[in-house]
Ligand binder design. Sequence first.
Ligand SMILES: [Fe+2]
Length: 242
Amino acid sequence: MQVLNRTLAAVTVLFVLSACTTNTTPSPNATATRAAAPAPTATQTAPAPTPQPATPAILAATTLAEATPSATPALASTPSAAPTACAAKATPAQTEGPYYLANPPAKDSLVEPGMAGTRVTLRGRVFDLQCRPIAGAKVDVWQADAAGAYDLKGYRLRGVTTADAVGAYSMATIRPGLYPGRTSHIHVKVWLPNGKTLTTQVYFPGVAANNTDGIYDAALLAAMSQAADGSEIAELNFFVAP
Ligand SMILES: [Fe+2]
């Protein structure tokens, strides 16, 4: 019996030792696991470079964001440069007078064969007060003939032309003659596409009767030059608040 007990005890000891040995085996595994733990640390270290490239990406976005506003003023400065290049003061309105006839014919020359008078082309551009061209504006012109008489029965020396894409208009005509109480002038109505209208007049420099009719306005003096064919060019821009 004692031999049997000793044998059992020995087996038990061996089993325990074996179990302990088996238990210690995972230990290295656990160590390996712990050893693997630093790996994530290395992994955590690894992402560090990732944010670095991300940072330039953010900077790039910031750069774009900064570039956009800086581009906006650049665009805004383009139209703002225009008023510097031309006066943005509204063209003065003037009386329509008693001789306007509605619904004039569309034309860019009022000159008719055999018509007396010095040939002159009234031209210029139509702008808003920021000096942006008003394409499609109608420039309605009527005037006296070389003898100072208006056609009150028809549309001689009456017509309407349309400003082009840059607001430019042109009407070939003659120098209007003087009639009692007035200096030489051409009547104009500028019809904007939105329906707003400017009624005014255009004057010629060097006319003796200027400043004596109580209506003349030096702000409406045309700038005179000579065309290649020897005819006159009278230039005046119209500035109208839409
Ligand atoms: Fe008149």
